[in-house]
Ligand binder design. Sequence first.
Ligand SMILES: Nc1ncnc2c1ncn2[C@@H]1O[C@H](COP(=O)(O)OP(=O)(O)OP(=O)(O)O)[C@@H](O)[C@H]1O
Ligand SMILES: [Mg+2]
Length: 363
Amino acid sequence: MNIFKSKDKNNKGKKAPEPKKKKGMNNSLGIDLGTLNTVIAKPSGDKFDLYQIPSVVAIKKEDPTAVLAVGEEAKLMLGRTPEDIVAVRPLKKGVIESKAQAKALLSKAIEIGTSNGETIGRVVIGIPGDASEVEKSAAEEITKKAGADFVLVISEGLSAAIGAGLPIAEPDGTMVIDIGAGSTDLVVISLGGITDIKTVRRGGDDIDNNIVDIVKKRFNVKIGIHAAETSKISVGMIHCSENLENQSIEVIGKSIDTHKPKKIIIDSMLIADAAEPIMKEVVEGLDEVLEKLTPELIAGVYNNTVAVGGSSRLRGLKERICDDLSIPITINDDPMTVVAKGAAIVAAEPRALEPEVRLKAMK
Ligand SMILES: Nc1ncnc2c1ncn2[C@@H]1O[C@H](COP(=O)(O)OP(=O)(O)OP(=O)(O)O)[C@@H](O)[C@H]1O
Ligand SMILES: [Mg+2]
């Protein structure tokens, strides 16, 4: 099913290198519209050109529909612009909050994916599996308005499974656990369609917020959300039975007592405490999914479960899921691009989803 090899070029919105022209391939894009990152995959020969932009737009405070900048540019405007300009995310917990802002983000994504001036015929976009019909139509309508002739909206989980090269067409089940910034999608797939799906509206953002809260309580020090995320990425861990190394990082915050800068040490155990409520909900969600599976599907899931999404990189995830649920999982090597890659595969070759399968995918 995975007809392309990843080129894994995460060149963050920079101009595309000359793509190899191949009939029917160049005018399609796969887009993963994430809470934190929007990833664009463009089939190029037998590989992909990959781009990533932050899902951020700069808007005027008094008119949130007036988008002044998108992606990196919007991020750079933060703190350097008059106070009436703010940077916001068009998606919250994986769901489009503002159509005008999401359209600006998608237009930018399409512009980046078509930097050679060619028109885009087909765009496949991955959205959370539990999105309502209204949310799906909104995503479709916005993508069309942003410049695509034909738009197909598919579940992120199915897209991730295709991008990760899982055997989705087999009758035995296969499962994807997509832990992103705002939400976690748990998807079981068999015979090319979604058999079971659950979305837990928790992800890496919630861990970051918990880190800020715990640091405040334990050290009486306020740290910024970016410092929290950076410490999570460098020393993060999840509680599990395995003896994982407790690492630490120095962070500078603001003392609540003295209002002066104060150095504190954040260690892996603190991050594991911050991640615990989120992990608990993810495990409970998985438990609910497993409860409904037939013995055949559970055997398939045992043999073929992959974790994707940026938060799947937390140390101990694999061990924790095996401890609590007896499922050996694989962490995908490139967890933040598989949804876009899967969408690009479907965009370039819609037969990747046969008609009846496609219908199921959109349910
Ligand atoms: N090495 C790492 N360890 C822990 N967390 C990480 C690591 N790298 C990235 N993350 C986290 O992954 C999250 C971003 O992942 P991803 O790009 O998959 O999310 P998204 O697709 O934008 O969000 P969603 O799917 O919820 O809409 C962030 O919370 C980020 O802090
Ligand atoms: Mg995602």
